[in-house]
Design a protein around this ligand. Structure first.
Ligand code: HAM
Length: 419
């Protein structure tokens, strides 16, 4: 029986793993400049948390969750996204955070959604996300989006544009919903079965439909921003003004609603034309009700998540992938037992001096050892043969120019390696 990775998942081989890690490190570096602190939460949570947070009538909860019962009969779900978990953790450890004017948390890790796999869409994918909890200020929206743009720019993506909208609040959402229902009412039978369902249960979700047939109907949709209450409208205008002031390119996308129910006021996405259908590399927004809904005091918040798989696809297409550092410095070859033991000890000294080395375990021949060294892209080989043992010397071969030098002790060898 041969096993492959489950459908919609993939192995990140060493080169891809280095690229992932380096990309994450660069992004985290920027997030830290904005005072974000890293938090790590479990990859599974009580199913109820996601049902409540993400919304019972969203695609994620209705169709995409990996839910299972553990041996203690608890209903658990592999996290489909990070925000619910962060809010759960924030509330569980409230005493750590509650004195902060705003709590800024960042997280990295795998998320799981049972979606139809395609380019840029996986069932296990990776996000780096941020949540700024505790402030209603529109400047939090602006700072957080600016940070996303800054993070992408640090990777070389200098021309990212924000698509932005406001989905209102408890006061104006019913008006938006009614306006939408009225518009869709006459065409509802032409929409896909999912949209017909959404029309009854969660009309705003209609705008999130990916069916091209449905999309064409949404062109003439009445603009949501016209139905915003004064508070939401003022908030939205300030956000747009401040984006302008800070030279952040954006377009207002009046049909942007996002696939999760917790959003209020600002929602945004950063998309790439290089990605085809799955074009969002980053998405987020404000969620002022979620913390209250999950049992806390009503606390405003704003956040986003970058999809790392998609981001790396874009970096690859733009030839902006970080350098990988899998090559080794020195390949160490000894054939006879005495030479092998000596080489093995030499490697301890090399590693203590921060030199990356590998040992020739096969011990067939010096020539084969050199071949192995070249396979690992080693810059040097240390060779201990009969002659070296007799003369008490160490041979260092530069594998780039093939030149060999003989040294009397390891200190000299280290000096030569370090140049
Ligand atoms: P989301 O839009 O569902 O938002 O996901 C954020 C990003 O994750 C997307 O823009 C996309 O790049 C990536 N992504 C989503 N699904 C997949 C998939 N199946 N395969 C590959 N990449 C995917 C959230 O998850 C919210 N929690 C973001 C947020 C944080 N809102 C407020 N705070």
């Amino acid at each position: 029986m041969k096993y492959n990775s489950p459908r919609g998942t993939r192995d990140l081989l060493p080169v891809e793993s280095v690229i992932f890690r380096k990309t994450v490190d660069k992004i985290l570096h920027i997030f830290k400049l904005f005072n974000y602190q890293e938090i790590t939460t479990p990859i599974f949570e009580s199913s109820g948390l996601f049902e409540r947070a993400v919304g019972e009538t969203t695609d994620i909860v209705e169709k995409e969750m990996y839910t299972f019962k553990d041996k203690g009969d608890r209903l658990l779900t592999l996290r489909p996204e990070g925000t619910a978990s962060i809010v759960r953790a924030y509330l569980e450890h409230l005493s750590e955070f509650q004195k902060q004017q705003v709590t800024k948390l960042t997280y990295v890790g795998p998320m799981f959604r049972y979606e139809r796999p395609q380019t840029g869409r996986y069932r296990q994918f990776y996000q780096i996300g941020v949540e700024a909890i505790g402030s209603i200020s529109p400047l939090v929206d602006v700072e957080t989006m600016l940070m996303g743009i800054h993070a992408l720019a640090s990777l070389g993506i200098g021309n990212a544009e924000i698509a932005i909208n406001s989905v209102g609040c408890d006061v104006c959402r019913p008006v938006i919903r009614e306006q939408l229902k009225e518009f869709v009412g006459s065409i509802v039978n032409d929409l896909c079965p999912d949209c017909q369902n959404r029309y009854e249960n969660n009309p705003l979700r209609i705008l999130d439909c990916k069916e091209p047939k449905c999309q064409t109907y949404f062109m003439g949709m009445p603009s949501m921003s016209k139905a915003l209450c004064k508070e939401c409208n003022d908030h939205f205008i300030t956000v747009l003004d401040q984006l302008d002031e800070n030279n952040i390119p954006f377009v207002v996308d009046p049909n942007l609603v996002r696939g999760l129910d917790y959003y209020t006021k600002t929602v945004f996405e950063i998309r790439s034309s290089l990605l085809g259908a799955q074009n969002a590399i980053c998405g987020g927004g404000r969620y002022d009700n979620l913390i209250g809904e999950l049992g806390g005091r009503k606390t405003p918040a704003f956040g986003f998540a970058i999809g790392l798989d998609r981001l790396i696809m874009v970096l690859e297409q733009l030839k902006l992938l970080p350098e990988t550092d899998l090559d080794i410095d020195v390949f160490c070859i000894g054939i006879e037992t005495e030479a092998q033991n000596k080489v093995f000890q030499i490697m301890n000294t090399l590693r203590k001096n921060d030199i990356k080395c590998e040992y020739y375990f096969k011990r067939n021949s010096i020539g084969d050892g050199i071949k192995q060294g070249l396979l690992f892209k080693a810059k040097f080989a240390i060779i201990l043969g009969e002659e070296e043992l007799e003369n008490k010397t160490i041979t260092l071969k530069d594998l780039t120019n093939k030149r060999q030098s003989s040294f009397n002790n390891i200190e000299e060898v280290i000096r030569a390696i370090k140049g």
